[in-house]
Design a protein around this ligand. Structure first.
Ligand code: GDP
Length: 417
């Protein structure tokens, strides 16, 4: 089997907004780290007996170093997170695979995946699994094996299995998108608990619905719960398995009806977006076809395309349109939620440094001025002593002259001159 094609991120991809912003903010924090280090070194060299800096002030400056280190760690780990939901067998795994352009997750295995699966990029060519926080690598040679491993592990539904997939095989992973697949919302018990544990930090939510039926109450409930916790969640709804209706004569009417109901749910019931926005968040697709097509493209360029149902091109186009809007939405949202706060923190650290340094400067100036006054007082004292001395000498001179004169006179008298 030929090696999969290396997936280059198109430089026009909206994900680049996040990628560039992340690089930029990491660079800025590297500089801040450098400034803090300079100031800490400077402060450490100030003699402690000079009253320039209190112990508290020195400690505050040193604390900035730790703070910057902590923020840098968080920033380096930042990614864009998309969480997929839906009833079992609606095609969540197929959608993720189609987006990753490979059979990464097992699909069609029904209730085997009772736990959360998180797919994230890793350097190198080797794919592997880790479970929870234990960090132990389990190798995955094939998707079937992954399905089997998941089945064997008997994981409970709050567990997270991490699928580390080579970044070079998919630009979405290389650009720091992380995919979360959830247990079917129809089989789970603790919906609230897992929304809290795994979804609150998601930048985008994708509901994979079945276009063969209308939105189910369980699907609606899920988003009600999400929007109780998040003020304006970014939601996309994929009406999947749309290929199944390809041969139905009234599919145009069916589509219109689905679209209207779904838009009404997002706008009127959830109230998380306007009608115009909602119309750009609902897509009629076939994940299965899209994956087949992409697998064929990457494995054997130029080979005959897979045989797909009528209307494939427009479904494929709609899937690509979904991906473009998704990329736009997730990168914009992630930049805001992940970096805005740290930009503010960066500013406040810079201003803390400035305050500390200008405080130091002011105190140094004050000490210098004080010394100068002391010096000038001493000088004045010396000068006045000088004058007194001079006056004394002057007056002594006169006295001495007078005394000499007196002595001379007396001597003259004595000699009878
Ligand atoms: P999940 O349980 O939501 O992850 O669903 P899967 O991705 O495992 O899909 C369940 C079954 O539906 C699999 O056999 C898929 O091949 C099939 N399937 C997924 N998407 C489509 C689609 O768009 N059209 C058709 N016809 N079948 C699909």
């Amino acid at each position: 089997e030929p090696a999969p094609k290396r997936q280059h991120s198109p430089s026009s991809s909206p994900l680049q907004v996040f990628v560039k912003a992340k690089k930029r903010i990491n660079d800025i924090y590297d500089s801040i780290d450098g400034y803090v280090l300079d100031v800490v070194r400077f402060v450490n060299n100030i003699p402690t007996d000079k009253d320039l800096l209190t112990a508290d002030q020195a400690e505050n400056i040193q604390a900035l170093q730790k703070k910057v280190k902590g923020i840098k760690e968080v920033l380096a780990r930042n990614h864009m997170k998309v969480a997929f939901f839906g009833r079992t067998s609606n095609g969540k795994s197929s959608v993720i695979n189609a987006m990753l352009r490979d059979k990464v997750l097992p699909s069609g295995m029904g209730h085997t995946t009772h736990c959360f699966l998180q797919v994230e990029g890793v350097d190198g060519d080797e794919a592997f699994l880790t479970v929870g926080d234990d960090g132990q690598r389990r190798s995955v040679e094939s998707v079937a094996q992954l399905g089997h491993a998941l089945h064997k592990e008997k994981l409970d539904e709050s567990a997270v299995v991490y699928v580390h997939w080579p970044k070079q095989r998919c630009h979405l992973l290389r650009d720091d998108v992380v995919f979360v697949d959830s247990p079917g919302i129809d089989v789970t018990q603790g919906l609230d608990a897992w929304i809290d544990a795994h979804c609150l930090d998601a930048d985008v939510f994708v509901l994979v619905a079945n276009a063969e039926s209308t939105l189910m109450q369980t699907e609606k409930n899920f988003f009600h719960k999400v929007s109780e916790r998040l003020s304006s969640p970014n939601i996309f709804i994929l009406q999947n398995r749309w290929d199944q209706t390809a041969n139905e004569p009234e599919f145009v009417e069916v589509r219109q009806q689905h679209l209207e109901r779904t838009v009404a749910f997002l706008v009127d019931e959830l109230g998380v977006m306007t009608r115009a926005q909602a119309e750009k968040r609902v897509f009629f697709v076939s994940a299965k076809e899209c994956l087949l097509q992409r697998l064929a493209e990457s494995r054997a360029p130029g080979a005959l395309p897979p045989v797909l149902a009528e209307g494939f091109q427009s479904r494929f186009f709609e899937f690509q349109e979904f991906e473009r809007r998704f990329e736009e939405c997730i990168s914009k949202s992630a930049v805001q939620t992940k970096f805005e706060q740290h930009t503010q923190r960066g500013k406040s650290i810079a201003s803390d440094l400035q305050t500390a340094l200008s405080g130091l400067y002011d105190r140094a100036q004050a000490i210098r001025a004080e010394k100068a006054t002391k010096r000038s007082k001493t000088k004045a004292r010396i000068e006045s002593t000088d004058q007194q001395l001079n006056a004394l000498i002057e007056s002594m001179k006169d006295k001495i002259y007078a005394m000499t004169d007196d002595v001379e006179r007396k001597v003259a008298v004595a000699l009878g001159e």
